[in-house]
Ligand binder design. Structure first.
Ligand SMILES: C[S@@+](CC[C@H](N)C(=O)[O-])C[C@H]1O[C@@H](n2cnc3c(N)ncnc32)[C@H](O)[C@@H]1O
Length: 318
């Protein structure tokens, strides 16, 4: 029997933009589907319905706790399904290299509710817990390692770039000052340091004062942008012609990577703009199905506030 913390429940993760994903991925019976960010299987359950008992499903997640949700999913999916634990950049590349080809790929980036809501994982600034934030608990570097070891300049850059934190510099300075005497172990210690480093009015401004720093550290610990950059070309390789890829991002940096990648692959030609005619002969590889990113409507945001920053982009291999 699974311990309580691992027992999946219907409320573990509400799939974001679920109807739009289903409509745009347009999974047909008999198709092969990869959910590269399986999580609690919310999107997977819906996509599996469209297979109508025929087809194949590959679930990927770097978090071993997703396996318990996969077991629940496998029993209900009614199609052949397997779980591959690992980073999606590596797994998608390995599948493509092994000549696997699929019709639909789903990437729902970031952390799941099951990770955020388990205080012991250290993702939340709201509860005092070990300063961890690893999606894969066997990976090397924790948030505490970065906070205790990174030079002040690097901390500043992480908070500014990934968290768009206005007070990145004073926060980085305060962290370095504190760790000279005592290293950070707990989320609560970091929250206190952040609060003390920013001007008093900012402590009561929009959202929790530690929200942006926590987001930035999570992105750095899990190399979230690097994973996405590597995964997109592998995903396209893995798709059959007319196969589709859907990506939901929650951060403007992620969305920019997806938008630029889709646009470049849809253009084909990589010649410098001052070339009078195309010399590279590269054909378009993708057709973008979402000219603008699809956003959740007010009703979805009201029901699931975590969906507020979601942006969905979908493309088809030509
Ligand atoms: C937002 S959740 C997905 C939720 C899922 N769509 C659902 O409806 O239940 C993202 C999941 O992707 C996983 N993940 C994030 N980055 C990953 C990566 N680079 N490789 C593998 N899994 C990753 C996380 O561990 C998390 O479980």
């Amino acid at each position: 029997m699974l311990p309580n913390a691992l027992r999946p429940s219907a409320t573990d993760h509400v799939p974001v933009l679920a109807d739009e994903v289903r409509r745009l991925l347009d999974v047909q019976p008999g198709a092969a589907v990869v959910d590269a960010t399986f999580g609690a299987g919310g999107h997977a359950e819906l996509l599996a319905l469209d297979l109508r008992g025929k087809g194949r499903f590959i679930a990927v997640d770097r978090d071993p706790s997703a396996r318990a949700y996969f077991e629940r999913f496998r029993k209900r999916a009614g199609v052949q399904a397997r779980f591959l634990r690992g980073e999606f950049a590596t797994v998608l590349e390995q599948l493509a290299t092994n000549d696997v080809r699929v019709d639909a790929i789903m990437l729902d980036l970031g952390v799941s509710s099951m990770q955020l809501d388990r205080p012991e994982r250290g993702f939340s600034y709201a509860v005092d817990a070990p300063l961890d934030m690893r999606m894969d608990p066997s990976s090397d570097e924790t948030a505490a390692d970065i906070v205790n070891d990174a030079p002040e300049r690097e901390l500043h850059e992480i908070f500014r770039r990934y968290g768009e934190e206005r007070y990145a510099r004073p926060i980085a300075r305060a962290i370095v000052r504190r760790r000279r005497n005592e290293p950070f172990h707990r989320t609560g210690e970091l929250v206190d340091t952040i609060k003390a480093a920013i001007p008093t009015p900012a402590r009561f401004g929009e959202g929790h004062p530690a929200k942006r720093v926590f987001q930035a550290l999570r992105i750095a610990v899990n190399d979230e942008l690097g994973q996405l950059e590597e995964a997109l070309p592998a995903a396209v390789e893995l798709l059959r012609p007319r196969g589709r890829i859907a990506v939901i991002s929650f951060h403007s940096l992620e969305d920019r990577i997806v938008k630029r990648f889709f646009r470049a692959e849809a253009r084909g030609c990589v010649c410098p703009p001052d070339f009078p005619i195309c010399a590279c002969g590269r054909d378009p590889v993708l057709r973008v199905l979402t000219t603008r990113a699809v956003r959740p409507d007010a009703r979805e945001v009201a029901l699931n506030p975590r969906s507020a920053s979601a942006r969905l982009r979908v493309a088809e291999k030509v």
